[in-house]
Design a protein around this ligand. Structure first.
Ligand code: CA
Length: 432
């Protein structure tokens, strides 16, 4: 799967969600390094418009061709044959559109409730149930072999490519070469490009059929090439690990294999909606504070039905929208889905969609839909003000990572506010 810095990811998740129901991701497993408290589901480091346009000029293309020549030498040294390089790189040109999409990060990210409206829409649930029925035999075999529930595998398929409907038609080699030539994340994408060439060299796919998202995520479940090399499987036994064809068998098994390799525990929930007691200590709602559900129950944290959650293993409390909105008790399997895409919203989307496919109910609590979430610029301002006030966010990057959450929490505690670590407009106004 995907991710930028750690796993796999689904990149254009967000943008596509807004444009069309299909949550088409731009990255596959292996590209995600998202913030945690917000839903900047752009799986890549957020960099703003300060880039130099390498227009499709003669000069720009000459530079790209010169780079390709140098890359070719590096690839040869890494074991890619001249034949594979000839087949794959012949006639390759720079794809300006890929760079535009890479830079096109919205100033305003979407709140999690809007993300979930699309990620777990009635339509996506209905299509998922139809997919489960249609592919029941193979999904059942995949579940038996890898120990990953078929609804979870189907949910990944549903969020990554709307069950195979939006696999992406960009030529993977061209996209990756463009991104590797581009300076922003050159080494990451050059490694992906070499991996893609290794896949071609191994005979799993011919260059022309290797397609996917603009960011190099491929096939039904949007694997980045390095994730593919490590985790893709030939489940139908034809000798090729084919995640690109209309038949999703290998791709679905590969997604299950990926989760299994990262420690999926069959039968354990990813997360369960809970209710918090009056007077709940919000400072205890943090990822590294893990208790058994029975211990949480002793503190008054119970299921929506008022009953203690069964002891499925240690769990943390996650408040995706702070003290208001849905409260979740999350288990180890949450961290496993996170390896696919690190955005909390994505993980919750996968988990909740899988629950709905099983027949589970919608979340019971309501989200603070009237709240406007902070823009990128406002997040940077918040980080600056917090740091000035003595609550160091360890950097000012406009992303709500763990350091920012901790700083927000410390400030809230100092101010006698509910320490949920959730940055709001009100908090920013208070700091100004
Ligand atoms: Ca196969």
């Amino acid at each position: 799967m995907h991710k930028c810095v750690s796993g796999v990811m689904t990149a254009a998740l967000w943008a596509s969600i807004v444009q069309a129901d299909p949550i088409n991701s731009a990255n596959g497993p292996q590209i995600h390094e998202l913030a945690s408290a917000d839903v900047t589901v752009s799986i890549r480091p957020v960099v703003r418009p300060e880039f130099k346009e390498i227009r499709v000029s003669t000069e720009g293309n000459a530079r790209f061709q010169a780079w390709l020549g140098a890359f070719r030498e590096r690839a040869l040294q890494q074991g890619i044959s001249a034949t594979t390089l000839d087949r794959s790189l012949a006639g390759l040109t720079y794809d300006w559109d890929v760079i535009k999409r890479d830079r096109n990060q919205a100033e305003f990210s979407k709140p999690i409730w809007e993300y979930l409206d699309s990620a777990v829409s009635d339509r996506r649930i209905a299509n998922g149930r139809a997919g489960l029925e249609r592919h029941n035999a193979v999904l059942t075999r995949i579940e038996a072999q890898y120990g990953v529930e078929k609804e979870v595998v189907t949910a990944i398929w549903g969020l990554e490519t709307s069950y195979g409907s939006f696999r992406g038609g960009d030529q993977t080699i061209r996209s990756l070469a463009t991104l590797a030539f581009d300076a922003r994340r050159a080494s990451f994408f050059e490694a992906q490009l070499v991996a893609a060439l290794q896949i071609i060299q191994a005979g799993d796919v011919v260059p022309g059929a290797m397609t996917g998202s603009w960011a190099g995520a491929m096939g039904h479940t949007q694997f980045m090439p390095t994730s593919y090399l490590e985790h893709a499987v030939d489940f139908d036994g034809d000798g090729r690990r084919d995640i690109w064809s209309d038949d999703p068998t290998d791709a679905l098994a590969s997604a299950a294999s990926y989760l299994a390799r990262h420690g999926w525990k069959k039968g354990q929930p990813w997360g369960i909606e809970v209710q918090l007691p009056y007077g709940f200590d919000f400072a205890s709602a943090k990822r590294d504070h893990r208790l058994m559900p029975s211990e949480w129950a002793a503190l008054g944290v119970v299921g929506r039905d008022g009953q203690a959650i069964p002891d499925h293993g240690k769990a943390a409390i996650l408040l995706p929208a702070g003290g208001q909105g849905v409260a979740l008790m999350i288990f180890d399997n949450f961290n496993v889905i996170e390896k696919y895409n690190g955005a909390d919203a994505y993980v919750i989307g996968i988990g909740h969609l899988s629950d709905r496919l099983v027949g589970g109910s919608p979340f019971q609590a309501s989200w603070p839909r009237d709240d406007r979430i902070l823009s990128f610029t406002e997040k940077k301002e918040l980080q600056g003000l917090l740091t000035q006030a003595g609550f160091d966010t360890q950097g000012i990057d406009g992303r709500t990572g763990p350091n920012t959450v901790n700083a927000v929490r410390a400030y809230q505690l100092a101010q006698g506010l509910v320490p949920d670590g959730y940055p709001t407009l009100r908090l920013l106004e208070r700091l100004r």
